[in-house]
Design a binder for this molecule. Structure first.
Ligand SMILES: [Zn+2]
Length: 202
């Protein structure tokens, strides 16, 4: 796991870019410039994590979930966020690089999936619902795990890409473009940065 520093004035959750193309990828991309020396973690405390989850739909307004108050629970939640994110990145990166996934990442996601399935129950209406005792700050991580499973088991996993800016960015995204040649997480950020660099070198 790369060292993650706390930034004194973190960017507002509302302006964070969501370029991954689906929830589990945006979660993995919640580290700004993954390969930078001084890494900025968008989700560096529980309140920001909850806010990010509401923005991305990992939490819904009717879930009624809040950040835990007790210091030990807050710390435990942030450890779980960081570990699942680390494991999902490893699983997606392995898929992109045509390598076998690391065993600890497989075990990590597997645990979350079983946890998620155990948190769901069939309601009187015949639909799956999150159990009342599962409506806590770990709920979004279960949704993210299920989304990752959906992606890995789906043919769209072949559209998984890593941003071509591998000196700093390293974000992952789904290439849904027609010609399947999207190179950047976003043209406005990494695409432009490379164009500027080429311009300066010429
Ligand atoms: Zn990028």
């Amino acid at each position: 796991m790369s060292p993650v520093n706390r930034h004194l004035s973190p960017r507002p959750i509302a302006v964070i870019r969501l370029d991954g193309g689906r929830l589990c990828l945006d979660f993995v991309n919640s580290i700004h410039d993954r390969y930078a020396v001084d890494v900025e973690d968008y989700l560096q405390q529980p309140q920001r994590f909850i806010e990010w989850c509401v923005r991305t739909g990992a939490l819904r307004p009717d879930d009624g979930v809040r950040a835990p108050r007790a210091a030990d629970k807050r710390a435990a939640l942030m450890r779980e966020v960081a570990t699942l994110r680390h494991h999902l990145h490893a699983l997606f990166a392995a898929r992109i690089d045509h390598q076998s996934p690391p065993a600890n990442a497989v075990r990590g996601l597997d645990r979350w999936l079983h946890d998620a399935w155990a948190s769901l129950s069939l309601g009187a209406d015949g639909n799956l619902h999150w159990r009342v005792d599962a409506r806590d700050a770990r709920l979004p991580l279960k949704r993210i795990a299920l989304d990752a499973l959906d992606l890995l088991g789906d043919s769209s996993a072949s559209q998984l890409r890593r941003c071509a800016n591998t000196t700093s960015c390293g974000w992952l995204f789904l290439d849904t473009s027609k010609n399947q040649r999207r190179r950047w997480c976003a043209m406005e950020t990494c695409g432009t940065a490379e164009k500027m660099q080429r311009y300066r070198q010429s």
